[in-house]
Design a protein around this ligand. Structure first.
Ligand code: BYC
Ligand code: FE
Ligand code: FE
Length: 481
C-alpha cells in the first residue's frame, strides 16, 4: 500500500497498516465507542444531526491531502495519520545525537515519553470541551463551520496520541487512553492536566484568542515533539502540524475581522478616540481596549503552558532525544548543549533581570521566546488592519511577568508593562488589564447567533474568501432543526 494514501477499508481510516496489525486495530475499535460517547457527551452541543461542510484527510501528501464534503460530525472519519517516513532519519539532538531514529520506545525513556504523549493527548479533547457551547452563538455559518472543523481535528489529534499509547505502551497505554476520555475540562475531581485547558471559553472573542494563542502553543509543542528521536511520535506530530495551521488561521482572521468591523464602525460614526468605550459599544461593536484585555488574558494563560523557565524535566527530555527545540535541525550548533548558556528572565531580589542559565535547563524559556516572536508577528498584522482604517491604536503583547500562574513570576503581581505591584495596586487596576465581569456581560450580549447563509453578526466583518473557495452565501452548515 502507498502510505501517502489513507486506507478507508477499516473502521478507523489510517496510513499505518492497521489491517495487518490485528492487536492495535482491535484495541482502537474497542476504544472507539467510548470516544463517540465522549463526543456526544462533551463535544459540540446541539449539532450532531447537522450537515457540516468539513475537510477530511484522504492523504498525507502535502500537495493535496484533504477533501471537503458535508458530514454529520459523529460520522466524521477520525483517522490515524502519520507523515511519510524520512529515510535514514537520525536522532537530531541530545545524548544519542546522530544515531538512527528509534522505531520502538527506548526502554529507559518509556515513562517520560508516555507522560509527554498523555499531556499532549489531554489538551486535544479538553479544547473541544471548552468550546462545547459556542455553536449556539456563532456569528455566521462560515464561523460555525470553522469551529466544528477545529473541533473534529482536535478530536483526531486525540486519536493520534491514543494510537501511540495503544501501539507502543501496552497495558498502561490502554489505561491512559481510557483516562483521556474520563477527565473533563473544568471538572473538580477529574480536571484536564494543564491550567489553560480548565479555563472557560465563554464567547467567540475568547475562541478566536484561544485559537490564536493557545493553538499556537500547540504548534510550538508539536514542533518540538516533531523533532523527537522516537520516529512514530515525530511523524504523528508532523502531520498534526499540517492541520494546526488552519486553527491559527481561524484565530488570526477572527480577531482581524472583529478589529476591522470595530474600526469601520468608529470611522463611520466619527469617533476618533478608541477609549470612548460607551460610545463605541453603543454601535454594537467591541472596543479595542476590550480586545486588548482579552489578548492579555489569553497570552498570559498560554505562556503558562510552557512550564517553568528553568526545568530539569525539559533538560532530561532533550538529553534523552525525546523533545527538541523549535526548528532543531535548522539550528547551527552541536545539538547537545552541554556547557551552553541561555539568558532567562528571573526575579532576583524583587527585580526582573536577565540571568544566564545552562541552556539545557532553559529550554522551556527558549521555546517560550520563540513563541513570543511568533505571536508578535500576528499582532503586527492586526495592527496593520487598524492602521489602514486610520484609527490610532496599537495592540501589544503584555510583559511575560503579567498575570502568571506558573514559573518565575507566579508569586508576584506585574502590570502589562512589567512593573511590579503590591496587591492593593493590582486589585485596583486589574480590571483595566483583564476582562472584567462587565466586559464579559457586554460581549455576551453581542453573541446572538446568525444562521442565514451569507449573513454575519454586526460585530464582525465577513471573511475575504470562503473556505474551499466557496461563494459568500454558501451554506457551510445545514442546521438540523
Ligand atoms: N499546568 O518542569 P516544569 C495543544 C507541571 S497545547 C499545570 O516546569 P515541564 C492544543 C509539570 O507537569 C500543547 N501543571 O515543566 C492547543 C510538572 O509536574 P511534575 C500541549 C503544569 O515538564 C489548543 C511541574 O509542573 N502539549 O496541543 O518542563 C487546542 C514542573 O514542570 C503546567 C504539550 O504541552 C501547567 N501549565 O513542561 C488543542 C507538550 N506546566 O512532573 C490542543 C507535552 C507545568 O513535577 N508537555 N506543570 O508532576 C510538555 O512538554 C511539558 O509537560 C510542559 C511542561 C511543557 C507542559
Ligand atoms: Fe490539536
Ligand atoms: Fe489546534
Amino acid at each position: 500500500m502507498n502510505l501517502m494514501n489513507v486506507d478507508y477499508s477499516t473502521q478507523i481510516p489510517n496510513n499505518v497498516g492497521l489491517t495487518d496489525d490485528a492487536r492495535v486495530l482491535k484495541a482502537l475499535e474497542t476504544w472507539h465507542p467510548g470516544y463517540i460517547d465522549w463526543w456526544k457527551d462533551a463535544g459540540p452541543e446541539g449539532f450532531n444531526e447537522s450537515l457540516v461542510y468539513l475537510r477530511t484527510a484522504v492523504s498525507v501528501d502535502p500537495k493535496g491531502w484533504a477533501k471537503f464534503d458535508y458530514v454529520k460530525m459523529p460520522d466524521y472519519r477520525w483517522g490515524v495519520l502519520l507523515a511519510p517516513a524520512e529515510e535514514n532519519r537520525k536522532v537530531p539532538f541530545g545524548q544519542a545525537y546522530g544515531e538512527p531514529a528509534w522505531q520502538e520506545v527506548p526502554g529507559e525513556h518509556r515513562a517520560m515519553l508516555r507522560r509527554l504523549i498523555v499531556i499532549q493527548g489531554d489538551t486535544e479533547p479538553a479544547s473541544v470541551e471548552q468550546q462545547r457551547f459556542l455553536g449556539k452563538t456563532a456569528p455566521s455559518l462560515y464561523d460555525l463551520r470553522n469551529l466544528f472543523q477545529v473541533n473534529v481535528e482536535e478530536g483526531r489529534h486525540l486519536w493520534a496520541m491514543v494510537y501511540l499509547l495503544q501501539k507502543y505502551f501496552g497495558r498502561d497505554g490502554r489505561e491512559e487512553a481510557d483516562d483521556l476520555l474520563r477527565r473533563r475540562s473544568g471538572s473538580a475531581d477529574a480536571p484536564r492536566m494543564l491550567g489553560a485547558f480548565n479555563e472557560e471559553t465563554p464567547d467567540w472573542l475568547s475562541f478566536f484568542m484561544f485559537t490564536f494563542f493557545t493553538d499556537r502553543d500547540g504548534k510550538m509543542q508539536l514542533e518540538s515533539l516533531a523533532q523527537s528521536g522516537f520516529d512514530p511520535l515525530s511523524r504523528t506530530c508532523r502531520f498534526m502540524l499540517t492541520e494546526e495551521a488552519h486553527h491559527m488561521f481561524v484565530g488570526e482572521t477572527g480577531i482581524g475581522r472583529t478589529i476591522q468591523r470595530t474600526c469601520e464602525a468608529m470611522k463611520a460614526a466619527g469617533i476618533e478616540d478608541p477609549n470612548e468605550i460607551a460610545k463605541i459599544r453603543a454601535l454594537g461593536v467591541i472596543d479595542l481596549p476590550t480586545i486588548q484585555k482579552k489578548l492579555n488574558l489569553h497570552y498570559s494563560l498560554s505562556l503558562d503552558l510552557f512550564g517553568s523557565e528553568v526545568s530539569t524535566n525539559a533538560a532530561n527530555a532533550f538529553n534523552a532525544g525525546i523533545k527538541g527545540r523549535f526548528q532543531e535541525t535548522k539550528i547551527a550548533d552541536d545539538h547537545r548543549l552541554t556547557g551552553d548558556i541561555y539568558p532567562v528572565l528571573k526575579l532576583v531580589d524583587g527585580v526582573i533581570r536577565r540571568v544566564d542559565e545552562p541552556a539545557l535547563t532553559a529550554l522551556n524559556m527558549r521555546l517560550r521566546d520563540d513563541y513570543t516572536v511568533d505571536c508578535g508577528k500576528g499582532v503586527e498584522r492586526w495592527n496593520k488592519i487598524i492602521e489602514k482604517t486610520g484609527v490610532k491604536f496599537k495592540l501589544e503583547l503584555p510583559h511575560v511577568a503579567f498575570h502568571r500562574q506558573i514559573g518565575e513570576f507566579k508569586t508576584v503581581k506585574a502590570s502589562p508593562t512589567g512593573e511590579l505591584l503590591d496587591d492593593a495596586a493590582w486589585n485596583k487596576r486589574k480590571d483595566e488589564w483583564l476582562p472584567s465581569k462587565a466586559d464579559g456581560d457586554f460581549i455576551a450580549e453581542l453573541m446572538k447567533p446568525v444562521s442565514e447563509p451569507g449573513k454575519f453578526a454586526d460585530w464582525i466583518s465577513p471573511p475575504k474568501v470562503g473556505i474551499d473557495n466557496k461563494p459568500g452565501d454558501f451554506e457551510y452548515v445545514k442546521i438540523a432543526e
